[in-house]
Write a protein that binds this ligand. Structure first.
Ligand code: PDD
Length: 284
């Protein structure tokens, strides 16, 4: 039986019931996190916890369980007997249930907090062989730095990309490549790694931060600088990063090969270093 977290209770999943007046349902007025359990430890829980706090703060949602996120996540893993398996914990907090108004409820209502853990099979084909990505004009909002549950443009674009045989959709804003529908993106050009700087145009990915750390530990130059679509013919490698896919090589943009169209040496070196960083969490 799957046990979920719901408003300070651990319940069989089928017993979780959320009000139709919940602002998450009515307005997508909420935030979420996805953190990965490597069969014995979480990877960079501190980073995920800090980002959850920031997202809540940006939306002015005061959830009294905020400090307890790491404990709740671990309990979800254990209670579902996933201790020794690869798993993902999904966690979401909305502003709560209140009569529908565009203003935030005053006085505030208790937020709705919901989380679950599920085992997952890390996808290896993409990580080994690379994926082709579709390019698409940005159609999301101007606060992509907030990990909001309002993901309709992300799901629409990812759906379009997968239906056309691509592994991710990458957004282009004012000519610059920002990030994917659920990943960040990096490029290699003239021996330097480039990725979009932290800004309101991208989510500050936890895998992104650790990939930057991996580059520094490998002594590979890295600049947080956006790449223009016109520079794509000059890049020699590209890769995407996220919690479930770690570092995944990109082999083509639409029908244009990325570099020589195969996973490149810088990407593979970084993926190896990233694995070392992940494993270092098992010893903490
Ligand atoms: N998505 N950018 C976007 C828009 C994302 O949705 C994600 C992650 C990332 C990468 O972040 P991280 O490295 O912290 O996973 C970047 C998660 C995995 C999801 O929505 O399921």
């Amino acid at each position: 039986m799957n046990i979920s977290f719901f408003n300070n209770m651990y319940l069989p999943h089928s017993q979780v019931s959320i009000s139709p007046d919940d602002r998450g349902f009515l307005f997508a007025d909420g935030v979420y996190e996805v953190v990965r359990w490597y069969g014995g430890f979480f990877f960079d829980m501190e980073g995920h916890h800090a980002r959850l706090r920031r997202s809540l703060h940006e939306l002015k949602i005061k959830w009294d369980g905020e400090d307890l996120f790491p404990e709740i996540a671990e309990k979800l893993v254990r209670i579902n007997d996933l201790g020794d398996k690869p798993a993902l914990v999904y966690f979401q907090v909305t502003r709560g249930a209140a009569p529908r108004t565009h203003t935030f409820p005053s006085p505030p209502v208790p937020p709705t907090a919901y989380g679950f853990a599920k085992t997952f099979t890390p996808e290896s084909a993409g990580r080994e062989n690379g994926i082709k990505v579709m390019l698409k004009k940005e159609m999301r909002w101007a606060r992509c730095d907030i990990k909001s549950v309002a993901l309709l443009p992300n799901t629409m674009c990812f759906e379009e990309a997968t239906a056309a045989g691509f592994g991710e959709c990458i957004f282009i804003r004012d000519g610059y490549l920002t990030e994917g529908s659920h990943s960040n993106i990096f490029f290699v050009m003239d021996g330097t790694i480039y990725t979009h700087p932290e800004s309101e145009a991208i989510l500050s990915g936890i895998t992104r931060k650790n990939a930057i750390r991996a580059a520094s530990e490998c002594g590979i130059p890295l600049e947080e600088k956006a790449i223009h679509v016109n520079d794509l013919p000059r890049i020699t490698e590209a890769f995407i990063t996220n919690t479930s896919a770690e570092i995944t090589p990109v082999t083509a943009f639409n029908d244009m090969p990325a570099g020589n169209g195969r996973p490149g040496p810088v990407t593979l070196q970084l993926a190896g270093k990233f694995r070392e960083i992940v494993n270092s969490y098992s010893r903490l």
